[in-house]
Design a protein around this ligand. Structure first.
Ligand SMILES: [Zn+2]
Length: 189
């Protein structure tokens, strides 16, 4: 077999463009696959979600956008976005942040109409470990509610944190492939 004329291996950008078959989960992904945490890490329940409209504040509750643990910890689902060099879209980590009870109430009140009593940012604590960025130490976030029923966006508060720097400056597509790999996803070579 000759290597003459063999095509160069596709770059990370080429591999992530359009549709790609995943060697990890055997699915087909489109572009920058968003990764999402099902619930905050401390969620004590099982893998069922209730409807947003059934929200209960006294005990444990999980829906697509709200989570309450023990009637005293209030979480909202949002997205931590990271720009990727060479791509117009951003990569999104879907994850959860705590809010104080007053801010959680504001979020819930404005959720259906997409209009909030104030637009923050609200302070919260990240409720998930994220790849090799975030371990089990608590990390403070800014929570930005969004118009038009888009999920809130999260930013790491500490400007020196590697994830805050990447949110600001963006990452290479090669780095994104590393992150995917930590979650068991990767394009076929
Ligand atoms: Zn996959």
């Amino acid at each position: 077999m000759s290597w003459f004329g063999r095509k160069a291996a596709p770059s990370a950008v080429e591999r992530l463009q359009s549709e790609w078959r995943c060697v990890g989960c055997d699915g087909v992904h489109h572009g920058l696959l968003d990764l999402a945490a099902f619930a905050p890490d401390p969620w004590p329940g099982d893998d069922r979600r209730e409807e947003n409209s059934d929200l209960r504040l006294d005990g444990d509750f999980l829906s697509e956008d709200f989570c309450v643990i023990d009637g005293c910890y209030f979480f909202v689902r949002g997205v931590l976005e990271i720009p990727v060099h060479g791509f117009a879209e951003k990569f999104g980590f879907g994850c959860w942040s705590t809010l104080s009870r007053p801010n959680f109430d504001k979020y819930v009140d404005g959720f259906d109409g997409g209009n909030f009593a104030d637009w923050g940012p609200w302070s919260g604590w990240l409720g998930n470990q994220l790849a090799d960025y975030i371990g089990t130490d608590p990390e403070a976030l800014w929570v930005y509610p969004q118009a038009d029923r888009q999920r809130p966006t999260f930013r790491v508060q500490d400007p020196e944190h590697p994830l805050a720097i990447d949110q600001e400056e963006g990452i290479t597509p090669e780095r994104l492939l590393e992150i995917f790999e930590q979650y068991g996803h990767g394009p076929a070579s």
